[in-house]
Design a protein around this ligand. Structure first.
Ligand code: ATR
Length: 301
């Protein structure tokens, strides 16, 4: 079976009469935890839904999403590599989805497709739930790709004192600073960009950060974006290192642990972004009825 083919894991809403059908679309998608997470939210809040998987071929997102909604699908989560396709697919975008440059949550209302992005809100809620103080903090954000852009708005809205975006290629970090500087100014955040190399020299760049967030793809290939020299300056027992990847202790988390820092993977962000999507679909009145931290604890167990 070709895992890139769209028919492998098709969730057809027509097969679930009388039930509101949702799905997550990605490629690959078979290992997604989203169906489990949403099934738990539905149980907690006594909602009757079906949440399935969709695996469009790489050039078939639009066709698959069109047929899903035409057949009665109510909402869709979207993950790698389709978040940009989902953005173009939506008829209307929320302000935070526009700023994020990507869409991870779609829903249909009166025949119109709405696109939102709950990733950044999910990250912020997970950090706050872990007792991390964001207001007035100094944040180092590693990476300047889609994952970084997706979380920058909600992070800046927490009014940290300073946020430094560091990337291998400086121009992408500069671009993000340009894009987000009006928001940073409105929250009085000092927003700057630098090259990864600069972190190796404390004389070139201040290296005291309360929170280090890894939004690079380095961990996926079992590398750390930080050299050991940079890590030795950055991580202290007072720092908190957050890797958006989940399911393993990444090399960056290992560097942080080695220096006595606290670490977290991104599983809580996954659960919290799902909670936000669930409430968009089923209604904000269910906020108190769902318990994302209990679902996270179950997943960890
Ligand atoms: P995503 O949407 O997941 O952010 P992306 O847009 O391809 O994916 O961006 C990946 C990010 O990881 C980029 O910031 C990339 O750095 P460059 O812009 O310099 O390419 C970063 N990245 C990937 N592998 C890396 C590695 N081994 N070391 C450091 N940074 C890495």
């Amino acid at each position: 079976m070709n895992p890139a083919h769209s028919n492998d894991l098709h969730t057809d809403p027509a097969q679930f009469p009388g039930v509101d059908v949702y799905a997550v679309a990605g490629n690959p998608i078979s290992h997604s935890k989203s169906p489990t997470i949403h099934a738990r939210f539905a149980e907690q809040s006594k909602q009757k839904i079906h949440y399935g998987l969709l695996q469009p071929a790489l050039d078939e997102f639009k066709a698959v999403a069109t047929s899903f909604f035409a057949n009665g699908g109510k909402g869709m989560n979207v993950t790698v590599p389709f978040k940009l396709d989902a953005q173009s697919f939506a008829d209307e975008l929320t302000a935070r989805a526009q700023l994020a440059g990507a869409v991870n949550t779609l829903h249909i209302e009166n025949g119109k497709i709405f696109g939102d992005n709950t990733d950044g809100a999910g990250l912020v809620r997970d950090l706050l739930a872990q007792g991390i103080q964001l207001q007035g903090s100094r944040i180092l954000l590693l990476g300047a790709g889609g994952a970084s852009r997706g979380v920058l708005g909600p992070l800046l809205a927490q009014s940290p004192k300073a946020l430094l975006i560091v990337n291998r290629s400086h121009s992408k970090a500069d671009e993000l600073v340009r894009l987000f500087s009006p928001l940073a100014q409105s929250h009085q955040v000092s927003l700057q960009a630098a090259n990864l190399d600069a972190l190796e020299d404390p004389n070139r760049m201040p290296t005291a950060f309360d929170l280090i967030i890894n939004a690079t793809a380095a961990g996926l290939s079992n590398e750390s974006a930080l050299s050991d020299l940079a890590a030795s300056h950055i991580f202290t027992p007072q720092s908190f290192a957050y890797d958006m990847v989940y399911g393993k202790v990444t090399p960056l988390m290992q560097q942080a642990l080695h220096r006595g820092a606290r670490v977290s993977d991104g599983l809580g962000m996954l659960v919290e972004q799902a909670a936000d999507a669930f409430l968009i679909w089923r209604g904000a009145h269910l906020t108190e009825a769902i318990n994302p931290r209990a679902v996270l604890a179950e997943l960890r167990a």
